[in-house]
Design a protein around this ligand. Structure first.
Ligand SMILES: C[S@@+](CC[C@H](N)C(=O)[O-])C[C@H]1O[C@@H](n2cnc3c(N)ncnc32)[C@H](O)[C@@H]1O
Length: 224
């Protein structure tokens, strides 16, 4: 665990924040933001929700807000380390008056490790940093040790849903998930026909550069 923590899946560059993003963080983090370690009692945080889903690396949160708005009965926790994106999402939560979406600005590796076992109904990871150079592959977030931690925090029947435009990373994740006996792939390989995921900036970039979009969706066995 220690060894993994020394290698981060992101690099925090000096963040260029717009005034609006900065104001949103100052004004709204106390309303819609969470502190680390998160209160793991999701039902207390979202009293009107029955299901709880965590999104890792939401970027600017464009898919996050849409999905949350379309599913008011699910509580969403968005994780991101990039402050301008956090500001942008906080502003949107406020503008749309969403009560089922909270934000946590923290490294997902620490957050997932701090969660109770079998407490979540799903994970969304959309376009995780691909770290294409071979010497950087160790920075990829979705490797076996972290996947194992994520799976342990899923309830039976919970899903792990990943989208990426990086073929070789996608193959790696598909193969790694296939090694967990507690997980089941309801598709033949790639997940197809998932229509509810809104597009994001990174998806658009991948398409413009002619990279196919790969989706991977596994379920934890033992649904009640
Ligand atoms: C390539 S971007 C994709 C953003 C967004 N999901 C999209 O599709 O536009 C990956 C994001 O993951 C975030 N990220 C990477 N490692 C993370 C970690 N360990 N914890 C939280 N966020 C992380 C980065 O800051 C970055 O914003």
């Amino acid at each position: 665990m220690e060894a993994r923590r020394q290698v981060h899946s992101y690099v925090l560059r000096a963040a260029r924040m717009s005034d609006g993003q900065r104001r949103a963080v100052d004004e709204f983090y106390s309303l819609y933001g969470l502190t680390f370690p998160p209160v793991p009692n999701w039902a207390e945080l979202f009293p009107h929700c029955k299901r709880f889903v965590m999104e890792i690396g939401f970027g600017n949160g464009e898919a996050t807000v849409e999905i949350a708005q379309n599913r008011p009965e699910t509580g969403f926790i968005g994780l991101e380390v990039h402050t301008p994106g956090v500001g942008q999402l906080l502003r949107e939560i406020h503008r749309r008056g969403l009560t089922n979406l909270k934000v946590l600005r923290h490294d997902a590796v620490d957050v997932v490790e701090a969660l109770p076992r079998e407490s979540l109904d799903g994970y969304h990871v959309f376009f995780p940093d691909p770290w294409p150079k071979k010497r950087h592959h160790k920075r990829r977030l979705l490797q076996r040790p972290f996947l194992q931690e994520m799976i342990a925090t899923l309830k039976p029947g919970g899903i792990l849903y990943v989208a990426t435009d990086w073929q070789e990373y996608a193959e790696e994740v598909l193969a790694a998930l296939g090694t967990f006996p507690e997980m089941r792939n309801p598709y033949q390989g790639w997940a197809e026909g998932v229509t509810w995921r809104p597009s994001t900036k990174f998806e658009k970039r991948g398409r413009q550069e002619n990279r196919p979009i790969r989706e991977i969706l596994f379920e934890k066995r033992g649904a009640p």
